[in-house]
Design a protein around this ligand. Structure first.
Ligand SMILES: Cc1ncc(COP(=O)(O)O)c(C=O)c1O
Length: 432
């Protein structure tokens, strides 16, 4: 094992003491991870960090206090007193952890959440499983069977992994260009395998943008295919549009299908509570007939450990808070995010964000600056996600700012000042 690790370090450029000798071909193929491994080996403070303490959105790493702009707790439910106070009562009634698989026994809380969630989404039914990753890995192969999967080329890695599982079970896997419905139609016309599954992201986890969902849904219906959408980020933030909405995110946070004014005909929506709702739980919105099949065909329902009671409790409390004051929280989040986007516009710094969603990727002009830019931000007390190669193409290497409703206006003002200072020291990609 030691030798294997040493070879990995050597091949990824993370070790200086390992003698140079060729590694086995399988290790050499890990070379694309070199940039990421180098950041970690150089102990970059924004890679693999241990958070020692939090205070609101202030986080302490060792001796450094920083403002957190890397969390996906968009609505700030992780720190909401009403949600935190709801947990002990559930623990008193149910204990800490129901160690049955769901098929063996599900606390009634699951049923309550599934019904309430179906109502919020306007879907026929929902099925809860612990994480989206588990859903992709288990549900995509069931839906694809020995037919064909059409995958958006920039889909989230976890969707890809589910598709690879489907291919291993006999489905053919075809990739269409990102957000390109015409390319998808070409591939559908050239393939007669059935059933057909089209997989893509809802709100994109890097750009914050929304795909042309209406067009993809129409294509799915015309080609007798099922559209499978992962809206990990959008759920809880974007929702149905109406005249009374407080901001462009729409109302109720009921996800991308409702936001785009679409129906669930030929559409399967997957989402999770681990971002906007700060809870470990995920769902598939689908017809009850399919839910019943997944209960026996999707291994996590049969075999996986369930989520802790505290998580079910924070979901139930979060749904209540969402109904009572979610739209006001989203309007505040929208306003804070707009402050950051306006600043970048004034600096003529490009970002792919076209929606005002609280994911703001800032690509660098020179990808090799990423290490130094990350250190500068850290030293100035700003904690962001570094987008390194190969997690993103080299042309998009940079950093990602995520705003949450719990970031204060003073914290946003500090971020804007630091962004102005960074722009004086490093080159960003200019707006087109
Ligand atoms: C688009 C997308 N899908 C899936 C996941 C993984 O979700 P989970 O933690 O529920 O497995 C993420 C997490 O970042 C994501 O961004």
């Amino acid at each position: 094992m030691k030798r294997l690790l040493a070879r990995f370090a050597q091949n990824t450029g993370t070790a200086t003491t390992v003698p140079t000798q060729a590694g086995p071909a399988i290790i050499e193929r890990l070379a694309p991870w070199r940039d990421l491994a180098r950041l970690q080996a150089a102990q970059h403070p924004m890679s693999d960090a241990v958070i020692d303490q939090i205070d609101g959105r202030q986080i302490r790493i060792g001796q450094h206090w920083l403002t957190d702009f890397a969390s996906c707790n968009y609505l700030g439910f992780d720190l909401d007193p009403e949600i935190i106070e709801a947990v002990p009562e559930y623990l008193a009634r149910w204990g800490t952890h129901p160690s049955w698989s769901r098929l063996l026994g599900s606390p009634r809380l699951y049923e309550e959440i599934e019904a309430e969630l179906a109502d919020l989404l306007g879907a026929e039914d929902t099925l809860l499983l612990p994480t989206i990753t588990l859903i992709h890995i288990s549900v995509i192969p069931v839906l694809a069977a020995t037919g064909a999967v059409f995958l958006d080329a920039r889909s989230h890695r976890t969707i890809y992994d589910g598709c690879v599982g489907a291919a291993a079970q006999g489905a053919v896997l075809k990739r269409f260009r990102h957000d390109d419905p015409e390319h998808l139609v070409q591939l559908l016309r050239g393939c007669d395998r059935m059933p057909r599954l089209i997989c893509l992201d809802g709100v994109n986890s890097m750009t914050g943008n929304v795909p042309p969902l209406g067009e993809f849904a129409r294509i799915a219906r015309e080609h007798d295919a099922l559209l499978y959408v992962d809206d990990a980020h959008g759920f809880g933030i974007i929702g149905e549009r109406d005249a009374a909405e407080l901001c462009d995110y729409g109302s109720r946070g009921n996800s991308v299908v409702r936001h785009c004014g679409e129906s669930y005909q030929n559409v399967i929506l997957v989402g999770g509570f681990s971002k906007a709702y700060s809870s470990m739980l995920a769902f598939v919105a689908c017809p009850t007939s399919l839910k019943n099949i997944l209960k026996v065909a999707a291994p996590p329902y049969l075999y996986s450990g369930p989520v802790p009671i505290a998580s079910l409790a924070t979901v139930l409390a979060g749904l209540k808070v969402n109904a009572e004051r979610g739209d006001a929280v989203r309007a505040d989040l929208h306003r804070k995010t707009a402050r950051v986007l306006d600043c970048l516009h004034q600096l003529n710094v490009d970002t792919p964000n076209r929606t005002g969603f609280p994911i703001i990727e800032v690509p660098l002009a020179n990808p090799d600056d990423i290490d130094a830019v990350g250190r500068y931000l850290f030293d100035r007390g700003i904690y962001v996600t570094l987008a390194t190669y190969p997690l993103v193409p080299r042309s998009q290497v940079g950093f990602r700012i995520q705003t949450t409703a719990r970031n204060t206006d003073a914290e946003i003002s500090h971020l804007l000042q630091v962004l102005r200072d960074v722009a004086e020291r490093f080159q960003f990609q200019a707006r087109p």
